[in-house]
Design a protein around this ligand. Structure first.
Ligand code: 1KG
Length: 392
């Protein structure tokens, strides 16, 4: 038995006593990713053209659909385009899902997407991502395109539990998308997922259950996810329907549009509640190259910036040097423990740099300038930080 499968077998055994805290698991080096979880916010905008598309969609004279419905379709297309980057990019670059580095409190990741549009009408898109909590791990992020006054901001936390053969992950948090020039906002919830293939040492993500996109214009997209054995028997499958409002979503036959296919491959769109034979291609992930953001060289980064802070650990992971990984990780973890102790002793708790926590339960719809409460109420979704997208 090679050393890899030996350590993997002992790793699987350790999963049996998994206590719910992912960082407690000493995964073998080959399953460790040199990338910190704080970097995953970039996957929300690797198709900048789709992210900005609603700004370039106007009402046309012979339109059947309202311009808000056309924007809703465009936002659903952008959201579907994010999923392959979010959930498959490690499998594509590293040969399988990996365990990301666990960000320390205050860890930052900043970058920008340059304007690749032929007409230079996009301008620059900036990302700021900050680990706003370490226990439990919560990442906040904002993606802003000033030229088109378009902003995505949100936060993400996870709770993980082991079943017999897979890791079940529930996502907490939400994303708010604001098109200021259109006076339209969208609330996006996050789908549950599970990691399959752990026993075969080839882990990969499968999305499940439902997620929602609620437009301030009333339209709502309900997206249902499935893996092999459901609708089409293919992995990474989904069926999305757009309705006039959440009440009409009770009745599938009232769907204005239906989109179906694979979020990591090709999907098609039809009017109404079924996919007709003349369905059009909605999005083709295989032929839409993601645009990666530009990050400053490590020597120009600040001490809290992720790639500088984890540089030695990342090098040790790439060298598959278990002892060095442990040594360099322990240095960072001990530093963090000392910081927390000092903050507790001086009563100077760590302050987030770019994000502030909002307790929505203490706000009314009127005084919530983010628009989250209004959108959550329209979608009949719970306000509390419980399972993302849980119906009240
Ligand atoms: C069982 C523990 C373990 O180390 O197993 C190793 C296996 C690689 C499976 C566990 C890890 O799998 C990773 C997948 C990660 C999610 C991937 C994408 C996203 C979307 C992003 O927008 C927010 C974060 C999220 C949900 C990642 C969260 C962390 C996950 C589940 C990693 C697991 C530790």
């Amino acid at each position: 038995m090679s050393s890899t499968s030996a350590t993997w077998t002992s790793f699987i055994k350790s999963l049996a006593s998994y206590n719910g805290d992912l960082s407690s698991l000493t995964a073998p080096p080959f399953i460790l990713s040199p990338t910190s979880l704080v970097e995953y916010s970039q996957y929300w905008s690797e198709h900048v053209d789709l992210f900005l598309a609603p700004n370039f969609i106007q009402q046309e004279p012979d339109d059947i659909d309202s311009v808000e419905l056309k924007h809703m379709v465009a936002v659903l297309r952008w959201f579907i385009s994010t999923l392959k980057s979010q959930y498959c990019s490690r499998a594509e670059t590293l040969g399988g899902e990996k365990k990301p580095l666990n960000p320390f409190l205050g860890e930052l990741f900043v970058g920008r997407w340059t304007d690749e549009s032929p007409s230079q009408s996009f301008g620059e898109t900036l990302l700021v991502s900050e680990q706003v909590s370490h226990h439990p791990p919560i990442t906040a992020y904002a993606i802003q395109n000033k030229t088109n006054k378009t902003t995505l901001q949100g936060y993400n936390g996870i709770r993980a539990s082991m079943s017999a053969t897979s890791l079940n992950v529930r996502q907490y948090g939400h994303a708010l998308l604001d098109y200021e020039n259109l006076n339209e906002k969208y609330l996006i919830t996050l789908p549950p997922l599970h990691i399959e293939g752990i026993l075969m040492a080839a882990p990969f993500v499968e999305l499940e259950q439902k997620s929602y996109i609620q437009s301030s214009a009333g339209y709502v997209a309900v997206i249902e996810y499935s893996g092999r054995g459901y609708f089409s028997g293919k992995s990474n499958s989904f069926k999305a329907r757009i309705f006039k409002n959440i009440r009409e979503a009770e009745d599938k036959t009232k769907a204005l549009y239906t989109v179906s296919g694979q979020w990591s491959g090709v999907s098609s769109i039809s009017r109404g509640h079924t996919i007709a034979s003349d369905a059009q291609v909605f999005f083709d992930a295989n032929n839409s190259k993601p645009q990666h953001l530009t990050v400053k060289p490590i020597e120009e980064q600040g001490p809290l910036e992720s790639r500088r802070a984890w540089q030695k650990v990342a090098q040790a992971i790439r060298a598959n040097d278990y002892n060095l990984i442990h040594e360099e990780k322990s240095k960072i973890e001990n530093e963090q423990r000392e910081l927390r102790k000092k903050e507790a002793a001086d009563d100077t708790p760590w302050k987030q740099k770019f994000f502030k926590e909002i307790d929505y339960t203490s706000l009314t719809e009127e005084d919530d300038e983010t628009g989250y409460i209004k959108l959550a109420n329209m979608a009949n979704l719970s306000l509390k930080n419980i399972l993302s997208g849980s119906i009240r």
